[in-house]
Design a protein around this ligand. Structure first.
Ligand SMILES: [Zn+2]
Length: 492
């Protein structure tokens, strides 16, 4: 298994080799399919035709089949891609939205988050090097107020009615046209048209379709086996349904939801196709590095869990990662690097722009000799205010029994789940993985203790100022992060 990875590294032969005959400063595009789990992509072996457009990009570039995220939910995972830092070091985790404990969650999540080193952010670095940075986020966690817009000439927050309206069609051509992603890709097309053609650009796009509530538009609902009745049932309970599911009380079975989730994944993939076509129409696709990944996956009933909180299960951390390089270099290559990560997008994009990435754990995946990585850690913390919300929608949910920290350690041969810093179990990553679980558990404990000790306290939690950002709060409510007021205020 290692042989294929080594072959890729040697074949890349440095940035020039990786980029082929590409221009010195290619355009850069980062497409994040929010909540898209790797094992539901057809190019990753899924049996259903969910992702033909991502598959086509993979055929023109490099697909990292074993990439993992370092966090199971939106905010820390995106911040790691944008800062090249681990959640423990950038601090954009639940811990930043947890105090004071008495505050209602809806106020906490509307807080601003300020990166400790704004100049380190992806947009800031690229803008300083002359790139035009254009951002499109329909996810209110990936917001200007959370520090993501550093360096961006425009960072569109599409959950805001007025910003989305700017890209809404006068008369939608079909159901796809009316979606949030429909507005997003129209905005991108307009931005590409209006860009300064003398300078390279960095385009960031989040496509939110696979996030609950699953309501895939046609033709993808029917194509992936979903029904109108199924969608109606999903929408019936509103945002409270997802909170209840996260709290362990799902009214659905996996059989009911998987076709709808797959329909949403196919919808996001459709819009990847629209974006690629827009790049082609603008005549820039060949000169562009297109990275497609996800921030995290989704639990669809595994071990009784749903959505993407309260867990660092592999279904949440295994993410797609495809790099279509300028000039279609390395077309059709598959890397099974077991410790590749979407965290590496940061250094890979900076290096492709000819910049030296700042010190940190992010690796340039196109470097001739990527920095050694002994382990990769996915981490999750929690917020008492959030746990109170969950208890408010499911009386059987006991916040006191909830672990305060979860870690998933990945080494080349094993993955090891740790609950509150103690190893719980190990699973071989390949059937032929060497070693035995007990020895690996002991080693995992040592590695985790070293890893935690190396935490950079100076870059840890940044307390944000409370402010009433009504649009952000409402957007997060729509995503299911905040339930009804009663659950929050009665202190359960
Ligand atoms: Zn997300």
């Amino acid at each position: 298994m290692r042989r294929a990875f080594t072959a890729l590294v040697l074949a890349c032969g440095g940035l020039a080799g990786c980029g082929g005959g590409a221009p010195a400063r290619p355009n850069l595009v980062l497409i994040v399919l929010d909540t898209a789990r790797a094992d539901h992509f057809s190019c990753q072996g899924y049996a259903r035709p969910t992702t033909p457009h991502v598959d086509a990009l993979a055929a023109r570039g490099v697909r990292f089949s074993e990439a993992r995220s370092v966090a199971p939910w939106t905010l820390p995972a995106h911040m790691s891609m944008f800062s090249g830092l681990l959640p423990r070091d950038h601090g954009a985790t639940w811990a930043a939205f947890s105090e004071p404990e008495s505050a209602p969650l809806r106020e906490l999540v509307a807080r601003e988050f300020a990166p400790a080193d704004p100049g380190r952010m992806l947009g800031a670095r690229l803008a300083a090097a002359g790139y035009q940075c254009l951002g499109f986020s329909p996810n209110p966690w990936v917001a200007r107020s959370k520090g993501f817009a550093q360096g961006f000439a425009a960072f569109h927050e599409l959950w805001r009615d007025e910003e989305r309206a700017a890209f809404a069609p006068a008369a939608p051509a079909d159901a796809l046209d009316s979606t949030l992603s429909g507005a997003t890709v129209r905005g991108v097309a307009a931005a590409l048209e209006a860009r300064d053609e003398e300078r390279p650009f960095f385009l960031f796009v989040n496509l939110l379709d696979p996030h609950f509530p699953y309501e895939p538009p046609e033709p993808y609902r029917a194509r992936l086996g979903g029904t109108a009745a199924g969608v109606a049932r999903v929408l019936e309970g509103g945002r409270r349904t997802e909170l209840a599911m996260i709290a362990g009380a799902s009214p659905f079975t996996p059989d009911e939801l998987v076709p709808l989730y797959d329909g949403e994944l196919a919808t996001a993939d459709h819009f990847v196709g629209v974006l690629v076509a827009a790049l082609e129409r603008a005549g820039v696709l060949d000169d562009t590095l297109v990275a497609v990944t996800s921030d995290h996956g989704e639990l669809l009933g595994e071990e009784g869990l749903w959505s993407h909180q309260r867990s660092v299960a592999d279904e949440l951390l295994h993410v797609p990662l495809v790099l279509k390089l300028p000039g279609d270099a390395r077309a059709g290559t598959v890397s099974d690097d077991p410790l590749a990560s979407n965290l590496d997008v940061y250094a890979t994009l900076l290096a492709a722009a000819g910049l030296v990435p700042p010190a940190g754990p992010s690796r340039d995946l196109c470097a001739p000799s990527p920095a050694a990585r002994e382990l990769l850690v996915g981490e999750y913390d929690t917020s008492r205010a959030y746990l109170r919300q969950l208890a408010g929608v499911n009386t059987a949910f006991d916040p006191e029994r909830e672990p305060r920290a979860l870690h998933q350690l990945y080494t080349a041969g094993w993955r090891t789940l740790c609950v509150s810093h103690e190893p719980q179990h190990t699973v071989p990553r390949t059937p032929s993985a060497p070693g035995d679980p007990s020895a690996e558990m002991t080693r995992a404990g040592e590695l985790l203790r070293e890893w935690l000790a190396a935490r950079d306290a100076s870059a840890a939690v940044r307390a944000g100022a409370l402010r009433d950002d009504a649009a952000a709060r409402e957007g997060l409510e729509d995503l299911g992060y905040v339930g009804d007021d009663g659950a929050d205020e009665d202190g359960r």
